[in-house]
Design a protein around this ligand. Structure first.
Ligand code: PHB
Length: 553
């Protein structure tokens, strides 16, 4: 397997150069935490500025990056590539709930990791928020010898993997190929001995190998064929457990959970093939993009990355023909893309069947999967504010109040002073009304019953029955428009943000001085722009939530 950062290392002659370069750019951005100045990217990737610009323009057209001033920033849509891998292997879908349940039962963080060459990569994290320790993200890669799962996976390594492991240790003693490793830490102990122990016992511990204070206990989860498909770990802190007490206290429950997971893997019916995420109209989409952007759009890069989305649920292994069909690409084009992706370590081939590898997660997953709704919404709020030339905000419901979690201000025409964290009574605000309208009927009635609406202005609706009727109407029409009920002269219009399951999780508004736009103008001119911003936020939220938990802020 080639080292992460040498895209040119003996690429096969059929390899698609723009795809090699584009993937390298995405990995560098990922390793840098999701953002890099374009000049730095140019130097790091060793490419001409014009080449970086074309790659960036193409990735930006795909929704995979954004350009913010001088920075290139990874964008949530890129997660569709890692999602294709995770959906295709099904591990988080089948086992994630059991891992979450174990984390609740133990009140410790629990993770699932798979083997990636001579490293381990996390595919699920059920994290307890605790001070004092790092927590790794979905997609993070760690050297096998610095972890407990690594010792278990290495018990199945053949001579080839051991040779690669020795070579990597020799050429990369500083572990630069593993950006998730906490810096300034060292020590892998006697790995070969620990691998032997892990093989004999069927479990392994990490006694502060990866991070001072972090202790972990791991057990294998075997597939129906008897091979380890992933490793289940419970992670604790040396202040609660040491390497001796950890197995004593946690091993029985960890083993029980692993046995449950093995049962699920044995008994799960095959996944019904989902429609590939790849746009069936890829050919026409790339054609139109080419027309529009000309030289700036690199079709072979766009096509090559899209090949990854041909895989997914019920589509774990695909022959070339199926990849070509799902993407609408000519067989020869799909074949060259697959050969390139195989060289990059993102695709593996068994006979005629291609499948994705965990390395697909190195294309953006760690920084993009650990985010918040507020961060996801921010660029959309900025765009909306610029289009309507008014301030816009994001808020969530906390008790019977709305709490602002995001805001883009264009002017300070209002007296109300709003900052992140500001709370207002939900009943008197447009965001509050869409949030209340999104509650289940019983919850809404209960909340209204314990609210004592106060007249904040002469126009505030304070009657409970009247408010209930207004919320019904908001539910029907989908938006809320509130006039001078919070402050005289302030008009605002809001729409809800829904998660993948369709639940209302937040609201976005545009607030303006009532002299600037009439109610009718708000509905005719502002509402469509607001709806566009909501579409953008929801698309990003849904692709992020597929395998990651997204807190509000
Ligand atoms: C984890 O963060 O889940 C983790 C870290 C180190 C290990 C095992 C698991 O050795």
């Amino acid at each position: 397997m080639p080292p992460t950062h040498d895209p040119s290392s003996a690429a096969p002659p059929e390899a698609v150069t723009p795809l090699l370069r584009g993937a390298d750019v995405l990995r560098r951005l990922t390793d840098a935490g999701g953002r890099m100045p374009v000049g730095e990217l140019e130097r790091a990737a060793g490419l001409a500025r014009s080449t970086v610009d074309r790659i960036t323009a193409t990735l930006s057209r795909m929704g995979y990056v954004r350009v913010e001033g001088r920075d290139v920033v990874l964008a949530p849509r890129l997660l569709e590539l890692g999602n294709a891998y995770l959906a295709s292997v099904r591990l988080p879908d089948l086992l994630g709930g059991l891992a979450d349940g174990l984390a609740d039962a133990l009140d410790e963080s629990v993770s699932l990791a798979v083997a990636d060459g001579d490293g381990i990569r996390f595919v699920h994290q059920a994290t307890r928020r605790r001070a004092m320790s790092v927590s790794f993200r979905i997609g993070d890669l760690l050297p096998a010898e610095r972890t407990a799962p690594g010792a278990l996976f290495a018990s199945e390594w053949n001579d080839g993997v051991w040779a690669r492991w020795r070579e990597r240790r020799a050429v990369d003693p500083g572990e630069l190929g593993f950006p998730a490793v906490p810096r300034g830490t060292a020590g892998s102990g006697d790995f070969e001995r620990r691998v032997e122990e892990a093989r004999e016992r069927g479990w392994a511990v990490d006694d502060q190998l990866i991070e001072p204070g972090l202790v972990a206990l791991s057990v294998p989860v075997r597939g129906p064929a008897g091979r380890i498909v992933c490793v289940l770990s419970a992670v604790s802190h040396s202040s609660r457990h040491d390497a001796g007490s950890l197995p004593e206290v946690l091993l029985p429950r960890l083993r029980e959970a692993a046995a449950g997971m093995e049962r699920v893997l044995r008994e799960a019916p095959p996944a019904p093939p989902a429609a590939p995420a790849a746009a069936a109209g890829l050919a026409s989409w790339t054609g139109a993009s080419k027309q529009e952007l000309g030289r700036e759009f690199v079709e072979s890069l766009a096509r090559g990355l899209t090949v990854l989305t041909a895989f997914g649920e019920g589509r774990e292994t695909l022959p070339l023909t199926a990849v070509a069909e799902a993407t609408g690409l000519a067989r020869a084009t799909a074949r060259r893309a697959l050969i390139t992706l195989e060289h990059l370590g993102c695709v593996a081939v068994d006979g005629r069947a291609f499948r994705l590898t965990p390395r697909v997660l190195s294309l953006g997953f760690p920084p993009l999967s650990r985010t918040t709704l507020t961060r996801i919404a921010q660029p959309h709020l900025a765009e909306l504010a610029a289009r309507v030339r008014e301030s816009t905000s994001l808020a969530v419901l906390v008790g019977d109040e709305v709490q602002y979690t995001g805001r883009v201000e264009t002017s300070r025409i209002m007296n109300v002073h709003i900052t992140i964290g500001t709370r207002f009574p939900a009943y008197a605000t447009s965001m509050g009304r869409v949030l209340l309208a999104g509650l289940a009927p019983e919850a809404r009635a209960e909340l209204l019953a314990r609210t004592e609406p106060a007249a904040l202005t002469p126009y505030t609706v304070t009657g409970r029955a009247e408010l209930a009727a207004l919320l019904e109407e908001v539910g029907r029409q989908g938006y809320a428009l509130v006039d001078e009920e919070l402050e005289v002269g302030l008009r605002s219009i809001a729409l809800p943000v829904r998660d993948r399951a369709g639940r209302v999780v937040a609201a976005v508004n545009v607030a303006l001085h009532s002299a600037r736009r009439s109610r009718e103008e708000c509905v005719a001119d502002v509402l469509p722009e607001l709806a566009r911003a909501i579409d953008g936020i929801e698309a990003d939220l849904h692709v992020t939530e597929r395998f990651a938990r997204v807190p509000a802020y």
